[in-house]
Design a protein around this ligand. Structure first.
Ligand code: C5P
Length: 410
C-alpha cells in the first residue's frame, strides 16, 4: 500500500499490450492510488472504456475537446491534479509525438501541460523498438526529463522474440512505487560534480586535453537536480548548455578545477568526480607561441597534476560520499578496483572506453558500479538514464548515513 494518496494519470495507447491495463489499474488501486485513465483513440480498439471505468471507478477520458469534461476537470486541471503521469503501453507513435513536442490529443497535451514526472513504459515489436528513429526519440525524451523504462524481452504478440514487451502489471507497480517514493530522494543534499576535460596550456594557443565531451557529468548534474539535490557543477571546457538550476563554475585547467572544488568542499555532502582530468601539464607555459623549428621539438617537459578526487577523499572536510569514474581500455574491473582503494573512494563507476558504442562522445553509456561490498553492471542506455539509475542505486546502497538528513525520509 505504498501509493496511498497518490494521484496517477494512466495513459493508455493503442498497442496490443493495452490488454494488460485493466489489471494494471487494479494493482495501482490496490496499492492505494487514485487512477484516472486517459486513452488515445486507438487504445479504445484494444480495451473498452467500459472495462476501464469499472476497474478505475472513474470514466476514462479520451477527448481533448470534451466540453463536459473541460467544464469540470479540463486537461490543465488534470495536469495539475496528477502526482505522476504513467503511460503504458507507450507506442512508437506516442514516443514520436512527445519527442516532437506535439499536442495533438488529450494525452500528449497533458504531458506538455504537467509539471509532474512522466513515466513511459514503451511496448512494441522488437524491430520497431530497436529502429534508429525510435531509439533517437527515446534519447531525446530522456534528455527532456521523461522517465523511460526498458521494455521486457521475450515472445511478442506478433510472434517475434526480442525486447519490446510491456512488463506485467505486477512488475510495473513496484517501479511506480519506488519511483514515486524516490523522486525527491536527494532533497536536502549538496552534490558537487566535476565534468568535462581539462585543458593544460603549452603556450597562448596550444594545450593538452582529451576527448571528454562532458555529457556524462552533465547528465549526472541533471539527474541529481531531478532527484531534488542542490547541485554545483565544476566544468571544464565543453559545448553543452549549463543544466537548469545548477550552480556552474567554469574552469580550464586541473589546478583551477582543484581550487574550485576545494572552495566548495565545506558545503558538500556528495562528491562525484566525472571529469577527465589531465594527468600531466606542461612544466612551464610559454609566454609566446612556440615557433616551428626545422629540426623539430624534442620534448615538452610535463609535471603531474594534482589528483583532485584523491585530495577530496583524504581531506579533513571529506564529503560523506566520494564517487569516482574510471574510463578504462583494458583490465577494466581490476584497474577500477585498484583506484577505488588507492584513492579512498566509496564507489567507482567504470566504463570500457575501448567499446566504440559507448563512452566519450556518444549519447549512450554502460557501466559497472563497484563498491567495497560488490559490483553491479548497468547495460547500455542513454547517459541521462544511466546517471539516474546509478544515483538511485548509490543512494539506496551507500546512504545508510545519508538518509537521515533527507527531509523527506526522516
Ligand atoms: O586515475 P584516473 O584518471 O583513471 O581516475 C579517474 C577518476 O579520478 C575520475 O573520477 C576523475 O575525475 C578523477 N581524477 C581526478 N584528478 C585527476 C585525475 C583523475 O579527480 N588528476
Amino acid at each position: 500500500m505504498n501509493l496511498i494518496g497518490k494521484k496517477i494519470v494512466l495513459g493508455i495507447c493503442g498497442g496490443i499490450a493495452a490488454y494488460k491495463t485493466p489489471i494494471l489499474v487494479r494493482r495501482l488501486r490496490q496499492a492505494g492510488a487514485e487512477v484516472q485513465v486517459v486513452m488515445t483513440r486507438a487504445a479504445t480498439s484494444f480495451v473498452t472504456p467500459t472495462s476501464i471505468a469499472a476497474v478505475s471507478g472513474r470514466a476514462p477520458r479520451d477527448d481533448l475537446f470534451d466540453l463536459q469534461a473541460e467544464a469540470s476537470m479540463g486537461h490543465i486541471e488534470l495536469a495539475r491534479w496528477a502526482d505522476c503521469v504513467l503511460i503504458a503501453p507507450a507506442t512508437a507513435h506516442l514516443l514520436g509525438q512527445l519527442a516532437g513536442g506535439l499536442a495533438s490529443d488529450l494525452l500528449t497535451t497533458l504531458c506538455l501541460a504537467t509539471r509532474c514526472p512522466v513515466m513511459l513504459f514503451p511496448a512494441m515489436n522488437n524491430v520497431m523498438w530497436e529502429s534508429r528513429p525510435v531509439q533517437a526519440n527515446v534519447q531525446r525524451l530522456s534528455e527532456f526529463g521523461y522517465h523511460i523504462f526498458q521494455p521486457d524481452s521475450g515472445e511478442q504478440a506478433c510472434g517475434e522474440t526480442g525486447p519490446g514487451r510491456l512488463p506485467e502489471p505486477e512488475d510495473i507497480t513496484p517501479h511506480v512505487i519506488s519511483f514515486l517514493n524516490t523522486s525527491r530522494m536527494l532533497a536536502g543534499l549538496r552534490v558537487l560534480i566535476t565534468a568535462g576535460p581539462t585543458r593544460e596550456a603549452i603556450d597562448p594557443v596550444r594545450f593538452i586535453s582529451n576527448h571528454s565531451s562532458g555529457k556524462q557529468g552533465y547528465a549526472f548534474a541533471e539527474a541529481a537536480l531531478d532527484l531534488g539535490a542542490d547541485v554545483t557543477l565544476v566544468s571544464g571546457p565543453v559545448a553543452l548548455p549549463p543544466p537548469k538550476g545548477a550552480h556552474v563554475i567554469q574552469v580550464q585547467s586541473a589546478e583551477q578545477m582543484l581550487s574550485a572544488v576545494l572552495s566548495k568542499l565545506n558545503s558538500t555532502d556528495v562528491f562525484i568526480g566525472v571529469a577527465a582530468v589531465a594527468d600531466y601539464r606542461p612544466k612551464e607555459v610559454h609566454e609566446q607561441k612556440i615557433k616551428r623549428v626545422e629540426q623539430g621539438l624534442d620534448a615538452i617537459p610535463l609535471v603531474a597534476n594534482p589528483d583532485i578526487i584523491a585530495t577530496v577523499a583524504s581531506s579533513p572536510h571529506r564529503p560523506r560520499l566520494v564517487i569516482g569514474f574510471a574510463a578504462e581500455t583494458q583490465n577494466t574491473i581490476a584497474n577500477a578496483e585498484a583506484k577505488l582503494i588507492r584513492k579512498k573512494l566509496d564507489a567507482i563507476i567504470v566504463n570500457d572506453v575501448a567499446d566504440k558504442r559507448i563512452g566519450f562522445n556518444g549519447d549512450n553509456n554502460a557501466a559497472t558500479l563497484i563498491t567495497a561490498t560488490g559490483r553491479k553492471f548497468f547495460d547500455q542506455r542513454p547517459k541521462h538514464w544511466l546517471a539516474r539509475d546509478l544515483l538511485l542505486e548509490l543512494s539506496s546502497r551507500l546512504t545508510g548515513g545519508l538518509a537521515p538528513t533527507n527531509p523527506l525520509y526522516p
